[in-house]
Write a protein that binds this ligand. Structure first.
Ligand SMILES: [Zn+2]
Length: 280
């Protein structure tokens, strides 16, 4: 067998390379561009980025966050997404061991990471990611460590139905669309990967942390003397991307659902044990 430290190094390098690919997905997919071709270029001077300038995390540090050609700043987000990819792969290895479910869990987390940044940038959860990942989640659910086929199918169906229902009720009360179409598919995806029993805890974790972040943001905006309005409805279709601008200080819900799902993946059993223990 592979020594533990070598497996950990492999996991981190693999995860950071996936993170590097996720940067491309986050940047190009919402713009309708291919994620495979052409090769990456500097957005400033169109200079092609060479392989040795594209080593995850290290290249950004060596280049001190600037393009070698035109010295344009390279966003700190690129190495951070690569670092997140590496750490998430390492966490999956630690939690699930050198097993097929570790790879599945990492694929799920990688998709959530891409969706988080796309939603932060564009208030959009592209269905070309969420819907295939609903199918994939059901397809791998029988693997040891997964939620099982029944839990997965019920989770996907209940996730979809509950958000459609909540959305419809909220729409009648608020007289406007309250939950974006993208959130519905993301919640179905989370149900498919984590099973029916995860839905309520994930929704609670997401709402709680979303509310806290919202309060912090509103307070920060007050400090700057800006007014923050309640978020307007999110666009429902992928095609409305350019026509809609989120107000300053508002946050999309997708990142918080993703965060809640990741927390449940690693701490769900401990969390449920603790919660059920309160009634014993
Ligand atoms: Zn450049």
């Amino acid at each position: 067998m592979l020594p533990d430290w070598l497996a950990a190094v492999f996991a981190f390098v693999f995860g950071s390379l996936v993170g590097s690919f996720l940067n491309v997905v986050i940047h190009r997919l919402p713009r309708g561009e291919s994620v495979v071709r052409p090769r990456s270029r500097c957005p400033g001077c169109r200079r092609p980025i060479r392989w040795y300038e594209n080593v995850p995390i290290l290249s950004w540090i060596v280049l001190r966050g600037r393009c070698r050609g035109c010295k344009a700043r390279i966003s700190l987000r690129y190495p951070l997404v690569e670092l997140a990819g590496g750490l998430l792969a390492l966490a999956c290895l630690r939690q699930f061991g050198l097993a097929p479910w570790a790879l599945c869990a990492f694929a799920f987390l990688a998709a959530l990471l891409a969706l988080t940044y796309i939603d932060l940038d564009h208030w959009l959860l592209p269905r070309v990611i969420t819907i295939p990942f609903v199918v994939l989640g059901v397809a791998v659910s029988w693997i040891p460590g997964g939620p099982g086929l029944v839990g997965s199918v019920l989770g996907a169906a209940a996730g979809f139905a509950s958000f459609v229902l909540i959305g419809a009720v909220a729409e009648r009360i608020l007289k406007k669309e309250a939950i974006g179409g993208g959130d519905v598919w993301l919640f179905a995806m989370i149900g498919a990967w984590l099973g029916l029993r995860a839905l309520l805890p994930v929704a609670l974790l997401a709402s709680l942390q979303g509310a806290i972040a919202g309060i912090v943001l509103v307070a920060a905006a007050r400090g700057e003397g800006r007014r923050t309005a309640a978020p307007p409805p999110k666009p429902t279709g992928d095609e409305e991307l350019d026509a809609w601008e989120p107000p300053p200080g508002a946050l999309p819900f997708g990142p918080f659902l993703s965060l809640g799902a990741a927390e449940f993946l690693f701490f769900g059993d401990a969390l449920l044990d603790w919660y059920l223990g309160l009634f014993r």
